[in-house]
Design a protein around this ligand. Structure first.
Ligand code: EPZ
Length: 429
């Protein structure tokens, strides 16, 4: 298994280009199942999860086409891809693919809507939580699907097609909103989704669906109204820039007390993160090509945060922000309200000298830690990038193990950071 080696203590200076959002690309790829025409997606990031989703779609019978200069690098994770689901040869999403990436469950809604049936492996939990899909199933049942759980699979059937429904989610769920939104586009009649997720990735999916001929009102709000269509057509859509990658590199600039221009960053999707960084004393400026983030040694102070559904502070930025808070003056209270087990980065950060105490869903971070390099273990995607960030700030050498977690969500991380002066390399395992 590959490892990443970092010699910390270097203030990062330079610019980093922001890629397309993994969490937008995955549902957008699943949306290709909704039409027999070609969906062209551009600004697709080169990530393991994208390859996994492409492999899953291919085994459903989706024809994949690579084009654009970057696809010369081979593999499915080209920058621009064509998806054509004219012929769906299988409506089964097998366990060995779904277990690798939970977002595979996003083929469920499109398959039931387009083919009238689907057999999708239950995704199971992951390091950060049990990750149930009961809300996905609740919505599809309300739209007339017959759902049965057996042998670890979801069996869904709607032989006469789905019907529009008034779906009220008791809690905000990004994936359940996306599955329901995609299914509603081909349902008979009107579907209203109340308490819908408002994440920019959900809005990006909705804009793409509209380009494919869907009729959707309320995009960006917590209430979506969809008029079902008999079919959707092809379209071309550029994946929205990744706000979590942007936030992660903003922390890299702040924690090393350096200055990085984040090229292509979409600041309108980052407001809650920007506010917290500003309150902590980080300097944000509008640069010629993007957002410039900088910080000086003694200006940073502790800020409390609570993760919330968008537009609140994103749970996917909690681990990264915690590392920054470990190095500033003063204390910070961090409360995780979305997932039940998303503090696994804490023991590894404590081994590097961070002063963090976890009490249930909250962690108190006492700042001014002088982090020291150590051998550490990645456990999930965002925890692993927080360990890299800690290594960038720490004195001495840090080795991050199990970086396959990192490769799921960060493209060419070492390249982007070393271009800004970081002493970072990948040790092939
Ligand atoms: C998406 O996961 C993201 N993944 C996650 O990013 C992100 O952390 C999460 O949204 C929250 O923003 C993708 O978009 C591929 P949820 P998702 O359904 O859709 C509970 C990353 O690091 N819930 O909004 O699975 C659930 O347990 C990943 O990029 C139910 O109870 O998240 C959680 O507590 C990690 N029943 C809460 O809702 C359900 O049917 C929010 O989950 C569904 C979810």
């Amino acid at each position: 298994m590959d490892r990443i080696r970092i010699l910390g203590g270097v203030p990062l200076e330079g610019s980093i280009s922001i890629g397309g959002a993994k969490n937008a690309a995955l549902p957008l790829m699943a949306a290709s199942l909704l039409t027999g025409e070609t969906l062209t997606l551009s600004n697709l990031p080169h990530l393991a999860d994208i390859s996994t989703m492409a492999n899953l779609l291919a085994q459903h019978g989706v024809m994949l086409g690579l084009n654009g200069a970057d696809s010369a690098k081979g593999g499915f994770a080209g920058r621009v891809m064509d998806f054509n689901a004219a012929k769906i040869s299988s409506t089964e999403a097998p366990y060995d693919l779904v277990r690798r990436m939970r977002a595979s469950v996003l083929v469920l809604g499109p398959l039931v809507a387009r083919e009238g049936k689907a057999k999708v492996s239950l995704p199971g939990g992951c390091a950060i939580g049990t990750r149930p899909v009961d809300l996905h199933l609740m919505a599809l049942e309300q739209m007339g699907a017959r759902i049965e759980l057996k042998e670890g699979y979801i069996f869904a059937e709607a032989p006469k097609g789905l019907k529009g429904a008034h779906v009220v989610f008791p809690k905000v769920s990004v994936g359940a909103t996306e599955n329901t939104l995609m299914a509603a586009c081909l349902a008979q009649g009107e579907t209203v989704i109340v308490n819908a997720a408002r994440e920019p990735e959900v809005s990006d999916l909705a804009h793409c669906l509209v380009a494919m001929g869907a009729k959707i009102e309320g995009i960006g709000t917590g209430s979506l109204r969809i008029q079902g269509q008999s079919s959707l057509h092809g379209a071309a859509h550029a994946v929205v820039p990744d706000r979590i990658e942007t936030g992660s590199f903003a922390v890299a600039a702040a924690i090393t007390r350096g200055r990085i221009e984040l090229v292509g960053a979409r600041r309108d999707t980052l407001e809650s993160v920007e506010k917290v960084l500003l309150d902590a004393g980080v300097v944000l400026e509008e640069g010629a090509k993007g957002l410039i983030v900088s910080a000086r040694e003694n200006d940073l102070v502790g800020v409390d945060i609570m993760t919330e559904p968008y537009p609140g502070f994103p749970t996917d930025m909690q681990a990264q922000f915690m590392v920054l808070m470990a190095t500033v003056k003063g204390a910070s209270m961090i409360t995780e309200t979305i997932f039940e087990n998303r503090f696994m980065h804490v023991p590894e950060l404590v081994r590097m000298g961070a002063k963090v105490n976890v009490h249930g869903a909250s962690a108190i971070v006492r700042g001014s830690a002088k982090l020291s390099g150590a051998q550490v273990m990645a456990t999930d995607l965002r925890a692993s990038v927080s360990l890299v960030l800690a290594g960038l700030a720490a004195q001495g050498e840090t080795i991050v193990n199990r970086v396959y977690h990192l490769d799921r969500g960060y493209e060419r991380l070492e390249e982007k950071l070393s271009a800004c002066g970081a002493r970072i390399e990948r040790l092939k395992g």
